[in-house]
Design a protein around this ligand. Structure first.
Ligand code: SF4
Length: 293
């Protein structure tokens, strides 16, 4: 029988600094089709969203027997695809997590998350929205089918005003594409106004398929990206990283901007000494939200 509650990072990736937690994905596949997406290298038919079979029943069985740890939802899909409006599987999942007292870290690019404000504000929940740029045109190229950044920022305002801790993932930062310090500062200024509690950032890692999609759209960046990711790159457990000095410089810039706005900062899977937030994934922000308002 399928199990849907899994330990996050069972492979113990050497640069992962996350506290122990579970990972769940109510859906397989993701319709946002981000150019830089990693799931296309390990999920068949990655852009077709389908609900997992008998998800809520089997998840409840898993939750009844599992030690209490935070649950991260979702890491290989978006828990709020369009189909969720009527399928309500993510909403059912939140209800189960609340019932069995499992804290949840929601990761999404969709403002549909605000539909579930009522549940999120009555349980231990933190919501992370990924926003890689505030530039609508650039976002349309990078994440062609995701809600525009402006809608995601509005969702942050709404979540924060209901006492739900929010985080923004500026992830990934792609050299020469969304790394302009001015534009990052414009974005962070807006995020500070929306009351976010942490910024998590990470650099792009090249996989053959996401690299192909990226250079197909950003042809003028091909040479530079090849140099960074195929000639001067660092390999970490078989993954193509940009060289450490470049990553330090890109992420150090984001950290300095976050510092200026007094927003705690962390990096994700980078192995760089830049964190100012108590946990890299925001799990320190998990408190009963109904006690915080
Ligand atoms: S939202 Fe995440 S899972 Fe979905 S396509 Fe974009 S990067 Fe991939």
């Amino acid at each position: 029988m399928a199990r849907y509650l899994h330990i996050f990072d069972p492979w113990n990736f050497p640069l992962c600094t996350c506290p122990k937690k579970y990972s769940i994905d109510p859906y397989t596949g993701c319709e946002h089709r981000c150019l830089y997406c990693y799931i296309s290298s390990y999920i068949k038919d990655p852009w077709r969203v389908r609900p997992k079979k008998d998800f809520l029943r089997l998840l409840e069985r898993d939750l009844k027997n599992a030690p209490k740890l935070p649950v991260s939802m979702s890491n290989s899909s978006d828990p709020y695809p369009k189909m969720e409006k009527s399928a309500k599987i993510t909403r059912g999942t939140l209800n189960l997590l609340k019932k069995y007292d499992f804290p949840v870290l929601v990761l999404t690019k969709s403002d549909l998350v605000t539909r579930d404000l009522d549940i999120l504000s009555s349980m231990k929940a933190v919501v992370s929205l990924t926003i890689t740029t505030a530039d609508e045109n650039l976002a349309r190229k990078l994440e062609p089918f995701a809600p525009p950044p402006e809608r995601r920022i509005r969702a942050l305002y709404e979540l924060s005003s209901h006492g739900i801790p929010t985080i923004v993932r500026i992830d990934p930062i792609i050299p020469g594409i969304n790394d302009s310090p001015h534009e990052i500062e414009d974005l962070v200024r807006e995020l500070a106004g929306a009351g976010i509690r942490q910024i998590i950032a990470s650099t792009y890692k090249a996989k053959p398929d996401n690299f192909k999609r990226l250079i197909h759209v950003f042809r003028d960046r091909e040479e530079k990206l090849r140099e960074i990711y195929y000639r001067n790159n660092e390999m970490i457990r078989g993954i193509r990283y940009a060289p450490r000095d470049l990553r330090m410089s890109l992420l150090g810039t984001v950290k300095r901007i976050a510092d200026r706005y007094s927003i705690p900062f962390s990096v994700c899977r980078e192995g760089l000494p830049l964190n100012t937030a108590p946990t890299c994934d925001g799990s320190h922000l998990l408190h009963n939200n109904k006690d915080q308002v």
